[in-house]
Design a protein around this ligand. Structure first.
Ligand code: BG6
Length: 489
């Protein structure tokens, strides 16, 4: 591969996200030769750090990935630190001077990528200063990468987007949704569009319902401060879950590229029924975990976690039913759920096919199982399809069995991390696996009504025991439609 010439500027360089995700991903790209001699990184944050100290932090963040000390140090030597106050115009002048020096030194050709790994309230200010202080010159490509959360409601997301749009075009903005970098999320389109047997069945004639589960084993950990302002609905459903839903629901794009895929995803999101407040309450449920015991292990309640209010009303679990008003999906519910402190970590999509009305065996003691296509996103990656076979031996009895494929652990160990894939996409200018404004905007419209309806509610928040699959209400949601959550192990 030809390595990329580029200058990165990271806002929030001392933060956790930069250390956990950004630096290791850049190092992986370096090891693969995607980045080599012609890149440099300016890390900025308020703290006063020396280049030397910063490089020590970089080395520490990649210690599990390095093959030799020499290689790691060579990588770290491309990093420079500049203390920076995002609201102070004069600091951007210093930044510009350093950037120009590095551009010449590393021959970065004026290509620039800005990473905003910090609180969204600063995004607008940073963008404006990059323009007004002349850091953006238009010489090479100029792209900006931003982390979630993209707003906290439609109104705040729109304000944020307007402030970015004054400086950057939509093509220059890369909104990270790290689920879109995951192998098996990207594989959804392969399953759908490369297999006529599935493509031909992908509609309301054949599919009974779709279930998307994003279960987490972990609790809120040390993110109580952020999570209290968010909750499961905004933290997972608004972004990751709706992104996945749109990939499953979209019509076939006429070309497999960013513009055509995004066009179809947006159409699918727009076809999701916009609930009234009372419909939102009927079709969405929330819950908060209380203390529980599992396998001899005790788990504390959400309200006892660090930085969480003892009478917190924040939901740590959300489930809902979306319906899509178009020809393909009329009558097919999309059930979604996500929560913390659930039984296990398990991210799965279940496509539950219809029972056949005139099945030869229906009503007999050997009721056939429903065909279910499961896409395992994590922790294992693969697919399974449940089908009916015949029980071996004399007589005739049905025997449910599962055709199953899982990537092996060697594959999993070597496959690129979501962030690494996404960063390479940024360098190549491919925004396919990023969230676009129209997608985020529509997702907020759908989520706002649920959030606002919950905020109006005075009844007590439903609870669920830590290490369970959520509150009773989440099971009732399907039971009242005569269905249940399937959990293909
Ligand atoms: C993040 C959420 O976007 O996704 C976290 O803010 C959540 O609360 C995380 O834990 C889950 O991501 P993954 O990749 O571990 O499934």
């Amino acid at each position: 591969t030809e390595s990329q010439a580029v200058l990165f500027t990271i806002f929030g360089a001392t933060g956790d996200l930069a250390k956990r995700k950004l630096y290791p991903s850049l190092f992986r790209l370096y090891k693969k030769g995607e980045l080599a001699d012609n890149f440099a990184v300016i890390g900025t944050a308020r703290r006063e750090w020396s280049d030397e100290f910063y490089r020590g932090v970089i080395l520490d963040s990649i210690k599990d990935l390095m093959r030799s000390k020499t290689e790691a140090e060579a990588f770290a030597s491309h990093f420079y630190y500049q203390s920076h106050d995002v609201g102070d115009a004069s600091h951007y002048i210093t930044l510009k001077e350093l950037g120009e020096k590095l551009k010449t030194q590393y021959k970065t050709l004026g290509n620039q990528v800005f990473f905003l790994a910090m609180a969204p309230q600063f995004f607008g200010t940073i963008a404006e200063h990059l323009k007004s202080e002349g850091i953006l010159t238009g010489e090479g490509f100029e792209r900006i990468v931003i982390e979630k959360p993209f707003g906290t409601s439609y109104a705040t997301a729109k304000a944020l987007n307007d402030s970015l749009a004054k400086v950057f075009t939509e093509e220059q903005i890369f909104r990270i949704d790290h689920y879109l970098g995951k192998e098996m999320i990207q594989a959804v389109s392969a399953v759908r569009f490369a297999n006529p047997i599935f493509e031909s069945l992908w509609d309301n004639q054949h599919i009974d319902n779709v279930q998307i589960t994003f279960a987490e084993f972990i609790g809120v950990e040390d993110r109580g401060g952020y999570y209290e302002t968010s909750g499961a609905l905004k933290d997972m459903i608004q972004n990751h879950v709706l992104q996945v839903l749109s990939l499953i629901a979209m019509e076939k794009p006429s070309k497999f590229d960013e513009a055509h895929i995004v066009e179809q995803k947006v159409k699918a999101l727009k076809a999701i029924r916009q609930y009234s407040p009372s419909e939102a309450l009927e079709n969405f449920v929330r819950g908060q975990y209380i203390s529980g015991k599992f396998d001899g292990e005790a788990y504390k309640a959400y309200r006892e976690e660090d930085s969480v209010s003892p009478d917190s009303q924040t939901e740590t679990f959300a489930a809902g039913k979306f319906v899509i008003d178009n020809e393909r999906w009329a009558g097919v519910p999309f059930y979604v759920r996500s929560g913390k402190r659930m039984t296990e970590k398990g991210t799965r999509i279940n496509i539950v096919f219809k029972k056949s009305e005139d099945n030869l065996f229906a009503g007999s003691c050997d009721e056939p199982v429903q065909n279910v296509l499961t896409i395992y996103i994590q922790p294992t990656e693969g697919f399974s399809l449940s089908v009916n076979g015949k029980a071996a031996g004399q007589g005739f009895h049905l025997d449910p069995l599962r055709l199953s494929f899982r990537h092996d652990s060697e594959f999993l160990g070597n496959s690129p991390e979501a962030y690494e894939k996404l960063f390479l996409d940024v360098l190549k200018g491919d925004g396919t696996n990023f969230s676009h404004w129209e997608e985020a905007a529509r997702a907020w419209e759908l989520i706002d009504v649920v959030r606002n309806a919950w905020d109006e509610q005075t009844s007590a928040l439903p609870t669920y025991t830590a290490r369970s699959m959520g509150p009773k209400e989440a099971f009732d949601l399907l039971a009242r439609d005569g269905r249940e959550w399937t959990w293909q192990p």
